[in-house]
Ligand binder design. Sequence first.
Ligand code: B12
Ligand code: SF4
Length: 511
Amino acid sequence: MRILLYNPDNGVTRNFMPHLWMFLLQALTPSEHEVLLIDGNAQPMDEAGIARYVVEHQIGLVGIGAMTRMIAKAYRMADAIRAVGVPVVMGGPHVTEEFDEALGRNGGPRHADAVALGEADETWPKIVADAARGTLKDLYTPVDDFGQEKKPSLKDYPAIPWDKINLEQFNLIPKMVKSTLQRIGEGWGSFRIIPMESGRGCPYGCEFCTVTGFFGDSIRFRTNESVVNELLLLKARAKKEGGQIAVFFIDDNFAINIKRTKSLLRDIIAADAQVHWVAQISANLLRDEELVELISKSGGKWVFIGMESIDPANLADVNKGFNKPGEYAAVLQRLANQNVYAITSFIFGMDNDTTGVADRTLEQIRTWPPGLPIFGLLTPLPATPLYKRLEAAGRLTRPKHWQKFIPFAMAHTPLKMSIDEAHAEVKRGWALSYSAEALAHAVDSLHDKPLGYRLNIFIARLCFRGIYFPQMGPIAWTKLIYQNRRTIFSLAREGFATWRRHAAATPATAA
Ligand code: B12
Ligand code: SF4
């Protein structure tokens, strides 16, 4: 049977990274089946397009995975696929919580033939076998022989064949400059960010988060050896292709067990398996100086920190009191001392937020080493404790907000400001952090660092801007480059001067 795994586009901007679930399920599919992958962010498709694709490629089963924000598109695509007679199984965090919606049991239309609840590592082969026999069941639940919920151990994690998978759709280097860039340094003909997990689960239970409910509060880890081998495979592939690969460790809290993380990072260094990597780590775990040093030595470049708010009352409200705003500056400086920078994520519209929250937050951010601040709104995702609290209090203004997804729009009323005011705060946060002046300031504040670090911050800021201000296509990019021409010119001039100095210092070799 030929199976298509499909992830819908997010409708706003191109994702910088493919979704891990597709590669994982592909690796877990019994070998007699062929699996094709389409990530809508890399290969945009509409309903007619996907219906045509499944017919032309004689697909026997389609698996669709989606977060809440993409679920409406996922359902539309599923409807189009089912209309041409091909069964659809859906999985992921949204349908796990809202399986009645996907199966049309709550009065709405049915979108999926089957739903895989929770982690599908062990149920997927059964789903495929049932689909091949034409006996798909409505629900697949990961349970043990006694009917108890079972979380897969990651000790026997499958080897994802990164050396063989066609990753062309995920190359971030534009085609027109590919062959020129292939010859620069170790090669920049391709640049891909690959998702990798080293563990699952998070015990913290922040009120707005799906993770503790979905993956559980006990943490499971892969072996160091399996992570190191995966990194070596990716590193070898990049070298062979004259390209670059960076890894995003998608663990929700990569240092949740500091001892284990340190041992993994030491093994990465010992095996010479370093690639540039990004990971999510909560601020409280970055107090450890040795950990930060190992992060840097093992290839860590960016750390994503869910700071959420600079107001301890807000943090306590959402059960994230372990974040201490008073130590944010020290944590970021500790990272910057090792040339590691932070993606700092903030949520506005929390219950103790009042107008002016963006300015107050930005005032703090400006005192920190440069990084990538991102701003979102408190969002009640299905089945989270936040959703239940707001529902019980009658505060949800759009209880089924995912059915008509609107980016950066609240679905409940904050306590101390209006919805419109909350939206304006988020807009201000993005506008002031990603203006040409802010980008120039970020680059200038690194004046004592080598050019590479400044370039890294600048390019990353240009890309991150697109999360809020869509910048798809050549016109948007040309405008952006024009707005930032002074910074681009000064970085280019310095790069050229460095290159000339380097060329003059390198003795010519005899032919
Ligand atoms: C990496 C990641 C991202 C990446 C993008 C996704 C990517 N390219 O990988 C980035 C960093 C960009 C990101 C952004 C956001 N993310 Co995010 N992200 C994650 C994260 C940390 C890891 C995802 C992952 O790969 N997990 C590991 C894989 C193996 O697990 P999985 O995807 O759940 O798949 C398993 C099962 O669900 C199931 N399954 C999944 N799909 C399918 C499909 C089929 C057919 C089947 C059978 C089974 C199946 O099988 C898999 C194996 O067991 C998760 C948290 C988490 N730990 O999962 C949050 C998470 C998915 N993100 C979340 C959110 C809310 C967001 C944002 C909206 C945050 C924001 N406020 O801006 C943005 C929106 C992104 C966008 N614009 O599209 C939520 C989603 C909750 C929900 N109900 O939708 C999560 C769960 C975190 C949370 N705090 O609750 N994210
Ligand atoms: S927000 Fe992060 S720390 Fe909090 S429960 Fe979710 S994954 Fe854990």
